[in-house]
Design a protein around this ligand. Structure first.
Ligand SMILES: Cc1ncc(COP(=O)(O)O)c(C=O)c1O
Length: 459
């Protein structure tokens, strides 16, 4: 407004964005972090997020680093790439993924994305026609809900069954689907449950999708990170039963989530996705979006070719050790139960028995108090769709399970709890150092030295 009156600004924020981001894991974690006490000198134990690169025992292979340096130095990747990704990278990924499939993927089946996150964004947006709905697992990865909500794609939830190793409740899938259902999502290996689906179960998923006339989005961002009785089976194997969109990235297997290189794959030997217009829409979306950094794309052929099995095995063994320790400790704690031993990915879901927890209202309250009293961050189940469950990241589980096992009966006496933790932590941390790297507790330092985790104990 002229003449000294107040100016009326004509712009404002987009409320839909604020709403969509309210249910992200990062949003919940930020709330928990607000409960940390600034005067607590102990390091924060972050068990709530899925970024293993924060921990010294999870370092990517130097061969991957060399590949990126070579790509940068070559000066061949300083320009814009093609919107679907540069051809050498797409060819290398097609070859890498075809090793586990009964047919050969072509580079044209591969679309490069900014992490697996953008691959999800692409396919959800592609499917978001008016009135369409999508079937999502509960518990699951809340980014799906946020993103679907933002593009007005209706979400319906089917359960994962804890007593059956978190298998998909296929009866629920059939009951939920209608003529507007476009797709169902499976996450394998699973976040947040640490489950791995068997070949037989995935086949049934594909058969159900075929019966319903829907496609399957298979989130395989944790591909090959399995350490139980079941091997990793790519859903694409069943691409001739129903069309499968696989999404993945190098974030987890190579421990480089910050490199932001992911992919979307059309596993569709019968050409159904093309006939239904899905392929054109994927290309259309990518034509109007940004791409992963070209030099990371340029490094991909070398990364995939040079990485040794020894590197992969070491990462999987570290995860397995953590999962075994965690599961065993949890068995001794009365107020939490783990219905199914984790066999893959980096997480475990445990259930809280609130009747044994004096003064705790629910999972969020539990996690806030855990942050406040012990500087331990654990994700409440409500953030992944299950109330009064907890998702923890397996790296430092020793301290959290110790806290739970010793701390719970003492929850109303935090001084005693602190004493118990400080004193009992030592011998347990010995193992933690062995498995995970360096941990420090007040005056006591436990060192896991170098990559082979030999242990030196100082008191
Ligand atoms: C199930 C699942 N899908 C997708 C992603 C995103 O992967 P990226 O970091 O490659 O974007 C994550 C990250 O934690 C995840 O857990």
């Amino acid at each position: 407004m002229e003449n000294g009156g107040p100016i009326r600004w004509r712009f404002g924020g987009n409320d839909e964005l604020t709403k969509a981001s309210a249910i992200t894991i990062r949003g919940v974690l930020n709330t928990l972090m607000e409960n940390l006490k600034p005067e607590d000198s102990r390091p924060v134990i972050p068990l709530g997020h899925g970024d293993p690169s924060a921990f010294p025992c999870f370092r990517t292979t130097p061969l991957a680093v060399d590949a990126v340096c070579d790509a940068v130095r070559s000066a061949k990747y300083n320009g814009y790439g093609s919107t679907v990704g540069i051809l050498p990278a797409r060819s290398a990924i097609a070859e890498y993924l075809s090793k586990d499939l009964p047919y050969k993927l072509s580079p044209d089946d591969v679309y490069l994305t900014i992490g697996c996150t953008q691959a999800l964004e692409v396919i959800l947006q592609v499917l978001a026609r008016p009135n369409a709905n999508i079937l999502l697992p509960r518990p699951g990865f809340p980014y799906y809900e946020s993103r679907a909500g933002f593009c007005h794609l209706e979400v319906r939830h089917f359960g994962l069954i804890p007593e059956r190793g978190w298998e998909v409740d296929l009866d629920a899938v059939e009951a939920l689907a209608d003529k507007n259902t476009a797709a169902m999502v499976v996450i394998n290996p699973g976040n947040p449950c640490g489950n791995v689906f068997s070949y037989e179960h995935l086949k049934k998923v594909a058969e159900t999708a075929r019966k319903l006339g829907i496609l399957v989005i298979s989130d395989e961002v944790y591909d090959h990170l399995t350490f139980g009785s079941k091997p990793f089976v790519p859903m694409g194997i069943f691409g001739s039963i129903a069309p499968i969109i696989t999404v993945g990235s190098i974030s987890k297997r190579w421990i480089v989530p910050g490199w932001r290189l992911g992919w979307l794959i059309t596993n569709d030997p019968n050409g159904i996705l093309k006939n239904q217009g899905i392929v054109d829409s994927i290309v259309g979306f990518l034509n109007i979006s940004s791409d992963p950094a070209t030099f990371v794309q340029g490094a991909i052929p070398q990364i995939l070719k040079n990485t040794t099995n020894e590197f992969f095995t070491k990462i999987v063994n570290t995860l397995k050790e953590a999962a075994d320790l965690c599961y065993d400790r949890i068995k001794d704690i009365h107020c939490i139960t783990c219905p199914s031993k984790p066999e893959g990915s980096m997480f475990v879901m445990v259930k809280l028995n609130l009747s044994l927890l004096e003064g705790i209202k629910d999972d969020v309250d539990f996690c806030c108090k855990l942050a406040e009293e012990e500087s331990v961050i654990v994700l409440p189940g409500v953030a992944v769709g299950l109330k009064n469950w907890l998702r923890t990241y397996k790296r430092h589980l020793i301290r959290s399970s110790l806290w739970l096992s010793i701390g719970m009966p003492l929850l109303d006496n935090s001084k005693l709890l602190g004493w118990a933790l400080e004193n009992a932590a030592l011998n347990v941390c010995y193992f933690a150092g062995q498995v995970f790297g360096t941990i420090e507790f007040g005056d006591s330092q436990i060192f896991g030295v170098g990559a082979d985790f030999s242990v030196d104990k100082h008191q």
